[in-house]
Design a protein around this ligand. Structure first.
Ligand SMILES: [Zn+2]
Length: 226
């Protein structure tokens, strides 16, 4: 240290060298340990550690704020996209999920709910994997949010003509018992765009729309997302 200072003084730039050393923290590292052993070293280290969570918290606050500022009335798809960019669909809270998806039909009239029920076909208890909505045969079925079609075809386990839209990061919606569909696998769809016409194909007792929401491959109650 002294050597450095002497060298700097000899070069006629003593003051400048001192400022530069202080700025890099080199001066503090050299003087503190000789004065009071290890304590002065650990104290600043703890201060830094304690400051870290504060920085993280304020970053979270900014993210939460910008989420809210995107606004559901202005751009609901932008809001959903933003949520899915920052976290997996499985981590989205019920409050965030509420209204995140748009209605798959122009007129929403819930019939058979998601969950345990007695099958209208077999009379046996079953787990109803989606939410049924009243729909005339041939009613327009619309994408609940923007995404990519990952399935458009016949569902061998009762769904009949079925379309699946992947919204990204673990969130999917499915549309079942369709009379017909007008999308193909790989196609990008916008929220509200026409993807199919309702019907009664597959295991169905009459025209209606069986709508599913899947989070990381597991069905959840669609009403929590509408
Ligand atoms: Zn159903």
């Amino acid at each position: 240290m002294r050597q450095l200072a002497e060298m700097a003084a000899a070069g006629g730039v003593g003051q400048k060298a001192g400022v530069a050393l202080a700025a890099t923290g080199l001066v503090l590292t050299v003087t503190v340990p000789t004065a009071a052993g290890q304590a002065p070293q650990t104290a600043p280290a703890m201060e830094i550690a304690q400051q870290q969570p504060e920085v993280t918290a304020s970053t979270d606050a900014v993210v939460a704020f910008s989420r809210a500022s995107v606004g559901s009335t202005v751009d609901p798809d932008g809001r959903l996209r933003h949520m899915l960019e920052s976290e997996s669909a499985g981590r989205i809270t019920p409050t965030e999920a509420h209204h995140a998806l748009g209605a798959p039909l122009d007129s929403i009239d819930p019939s058979s709910p998601f969950g345990s029920r007695v099958s209208p076909l077999t009379g046996v208890a079953e787990f109803h994997r989606g939410q049924d909505f009243v729909a005339q045969c041939g009613a327009a079925v619309k994408a609940a949010a923007g995404g990519t079609v990952t399935f458009a075809g016949w569902h061998p386990y009762g769904g009949g003509n079925r379309v699946v839209v992947d919204h990204g990061n673990g969130l999917e919606t499915t549309y079942n018992h369709l009379a017909s569909f007008s999308v193909s696998v790989g196609q990008k769809v916008d929220r509200g765009s026409l993807i199919a016409l309702s019907g009664t194909s597959g295991a169905s007792t009459g025209c209606h729309l069986h709508f599913e929401v899947m989070v990381n491959g597991e069905v959840v109650d669609p009403t929590g997302w509408l």
